[in-house]
Design a protein. Structure first.
Length: 485
């Protein structure tokens, strides 16, 4: 059966991580069929599956509100359901007399397993199901290495991607969506309590973001008009708005990579090639992360490089908490962790610095970092988060070599030379001279006094000494290699 040949009965469109009406292949196919369309979103809560961290729950609330408004404008509406996907879908099929269900594919292990089971059970019950590709520019099993397997290294993947994938043009939003006369029973979004209360910590998120499809489009346009032409030169400077800020919109599928790619194509001619190519390469890093996730389904929990199963990780709750709260005594690390806590996002360069600090300076297992990011990032993504943490830890595919340990002082001096970024997120250091902003413990007493900084009181001393921590990490690495040999 093809998508133009749906049974003569309502079609359910199951929204998941594709909360948009433009360039949404599943929605387009359903709308084009002329059948009545029932858009649903299911909050899939199961014993073993926590679908969203705290920051993303906030985002989800607003994104669902925005999607419902977009559907309303097309004559439709979003039905909200909660529970086990298979059970809930069979109920809504019965309630609406639907003959088919369509969705856009997702690629986390949970997503693939659930969708496979749902498809089989729908088929057993005579319901037609069809899935579409809308989240990625390629299907993660589509790009194969010379030996027919998966790529482990990015550059050859990028070359193969360029040689084999031509991103299609984005699809327009449907002009109208046919509806049934009666809508299925829907949960009230407020009853899901996705927004934080008592305390409401979402003020920083609200200031920083506009969840929803319109917010995504505005963000893309602002970047196309501003940052893209300087992307390669500025993307490593955390004090500058040099990157697109599209990651949470991509995580929720409020915009597709096809839309971004096509918009970049439209303006690329008048721009320096390197700036545009570097941006495209970053978008393809996202595709690579999914390539790894789909070809190594245990990526979230298991070291890609099994040698790391022997790594002598430390256990230290005090250190973990100091890292989470931005109280390590290393200003660039603390600035990043506070930016994350307040806005749900952190600059990529700083993610690398804080990640390296956790696994190398503190010797804490990368999975602690992955979990914390999962809970606090608005752009938490099952592929990019895990692949990036494994990359940082040295345990991943194409990982940074373990012995390359980011120095939080020199990284700060190189990428935030005036300390502008640090001063913004660590205001107790706002008056420190640039010379000492990344190492306040070396500042003469007079400078500390003039800046109003009392070490250990207003700002912590370093919780580990950089040189000693570096040696300890290298020792641990050697021990692991000995144990794993
Ligand atoms: P831009 O620089 O504007 O890039 C455009 C898009 O390309 C991004 O929105 C993103 O989708 C993609 N991209 C850019 N860099 C990467 C990368 N290194 N890997 C994969 N995709 C990339 N990104 C996430 O989207 N979700 C995560 O959960 C996540 N966790 C990370 C954890 C660690 C430890 C590290 C080091 C990186 C992580 N990243 C993650 C990758 C990267 O930091 C973010 O994608 C980027 O900072 C998002 O900001 P932006 O949209 O302004 O990016």
């Amino acid at each position: 059966m093809s998508s133009t040949d749906f049974p003569d009965a309502p079609i359910i469109v199951w929204f998941r991580d594709d909360l948009r009406v433009t360039d949404n292949p599943a929605l387009n196919a359903a709308a084009a069929s002329g059948r009545a369309v029932v858009p649903v979103f299911i909050l899939e809560t199961t014993e073993h599956h926590v679908p969203f961290g705290g920051a993303q729950r906030w985002w989800l609330h607003h994104s669902l509100t925005s999607l419902d408004a977009s559907l309303n404008a097309l004559g439709s509406r979003l039905t909200l359901l909660r529970g086990n996907a298979e059970t809930v879908l069979s109920e809504v099929v019965a309630e609406t007399d639907a003959g088919s269900i369509v969705w856009n594919r997702r690629y986390s292990r949970y997503g693939i397993e659930t969708d496979t089971a749902v498809k089989a059970s729908l088929k057993d019950n005579g319901i037609y199901a069809e899935s579409f590709g809308g989240r990625l520019m390629h299907e993660p099993t589509q790009v194969k290495s010379g030996t027919g397997g998966a790529y482990k290294v990015y550059t050859p993947f990028w070359k193969a991607f360029c040689a084999t994938v031509t991103p299609r043009a984005p699809l327009p939003a449907p002009k109208a969506i046919a509806a049934r006369e009666i809508w299925p029973a829907s949960s009230d979004l407020d009853d899901w309590r996705l927004l934080p209360a008592k305390p409401d910590w979402s003020g920083g998120l609200q200031d920083a973001w506009s969840p929803g499809e319109a917010g995504a489009r505005d963000r893309l346009e602002a970047f196309i008009q501003g940052g893209l032409a300087r992307y390669d030169s500025q993307r490593d400077l955390p004090a500058v708005e040099g990157t697109s800020g599209l990651s949470p919109h991509l995580a929720f599928g409020e915009i597709s990579p096809f839309q971004i790619w096509a918009r970049v194509d439209q303006v690329a001619d008048g721009m320096p090639v390197d700036e545009v190519t570097t941006f495209r390469k970053e978008l393809v890093w996202r595709e690579f992360a999914y390539h790894l996730l789909v070809n190594f389904t245990e990526l979230k929990t298991t070291n890609y490089n099994g040698q790391f199963d022997q790594f002598p990780w430390a256990e230290n709750d005090e250190h973990l908490q100091a890292w989470q709260r931005g109280r390590t005594g290393y200003p660039i690390v603390d600035a990043g962790m506070r930016q994350l806590y307040e806005t749900g996002w952190m600059h990529n360069r700083v993610r690398m610095i804080v990640g390296s600090f956790l696994v190398k300076h503190l010797l804490l297992d990368w999975r602690h970092g992955e979990e914390w990011f999962w809970d606090t990032l608005v752009d938490a993504d099952p592929a990019s988060n895990t692949a990036s943490w494994q990359w940082i830890a040295g345990s991943g595919a194409d990982a940074a070599p373990y012995f390359r340990i980011f120095n939080p002082i020199t990284q700060g001096e190189k990428f935030d030379p005036q300390g502008t970024y640090v001063k913004r997120w660590v205001p107790e250091l706002a008056k420190m001279p640039a010379k000492y902003i990344h190492k306040p413990w070396e500042a003469p007493l007079g400078d500390l006094l003039a800046a109003g900084v009392k070490l250990s009181e207003t700002y912590p001393r370093p919780i580990v000494d950089h040189k000693q921590a570096r040696e300890r990490a290298l020792d641990a690495y050697q021990r692991m290699r000995g144990l794993a040999a």
